[in-house]
Design a protein around this ligand. Structure first.
Ligand SMILES: O=C(CO)[C@H](O)[C@H](O)COP(=O)(O)O
Length: 218
């Protein structure tokens, strides 16, 4: 039985209508619609509400990258319809636990973003122990520009065998997505390779085909 690997489209666009249109084009091929950090900061909670209302059959992730006041910041977004929010792994454990509480009180998932975390193994273990649902391996846009990739961190986390989902984000393209799946990711996050494509729907369809093919070979 092939492992089910989810695809998360990361929408880092700012214009709300452009973002909604991209979600409509890609929704048939993806599992999670991410309202990216720049987008959610620019548009706020109203876009989360509208996105969930338009795509009730897709999980909606608000990429808050919460750094403090975890429950206080995350709870309104879960109550507005977000299925997943993110909290930074560099935050205090109390902050991470607050987002987890807000998530679980609303049948949602809490993702701990490992971007810039100095010791991702220690943070991963502590986050899993605290009840995190997803650990997010993440090479940020600026890190990508400096030539970094998520693969080393992905292998570190998948080898721990923790009872959590592992997502992977950071410049993933058609040429590299199979390696991400074969390294054990449960969720493949794709932003620019889809929203920046000439035909985002075709790019999402291609990613779906590549992910499913690689998952069948794992
Ligand atoms: O969270 C993000 C940046 O902080 C992006 O959404 C994430 O990196 C995925 O986008 P891309 O595939 O373009 O790297």
């Amino acid at each position: 039985m092939a492992k089910k690997v989810m695809i998360q489209v990361a929408l880092d666009t700012l214009d709300p209508q452009v973002t909604l249109d991209l979600a409509a084009k890609t929704a048939p091929y993806i599992d999670i619609i991410e309202i990216g950090t720049p987008c959610v900061k620019y548009n706020g909670i109203s876009l989360v509400k509208e996105m969930k209302a338009k795509f009730p059959d897709r999980k909606v992730l608000a990429d808050l990258k919460t750094m403090d006041a975890g429950e206080y910041e995350a709870r309104p977004f879960f109550e507005a319809g977000a299925d997943i929010t993110t909290v930074l792994g560099v935050a205090e454990l109390a902050t991470i636990k607050g987002v987890i509480k807000a998530a679980h009180d609303n049948n949602g998932w809490a993702q701990v973003d490992m971007i810039c975390v100095p010791d991702i193994v220690a943070t991963a273990k502590a986050s899993a122990e605290a009840g995190a649902d997803i650990l997010g391996v993440h090479t940020g846009l600026d890190q990508q520009a400096a030539g970094q990739t998520p693969f080393a961190d992905l292998n570190k986390l998948t080898s721990l065998g923790l009872n959590v989902m592992i997502s992977c984000a950071g410049g993933i393209k058609p040429e590299t997505v199979a390696d991400v799946v074969k390294a054990g990711a449960d969720i493949v996050v794709v932003g620019g390779a889809i929203y920046g494509a000439d035909d985002p729907a075709a790019a999402a369809k291609q990613m779906r085909e590549l992910v499913d093919k690689a998952a069948a070979e794992v």
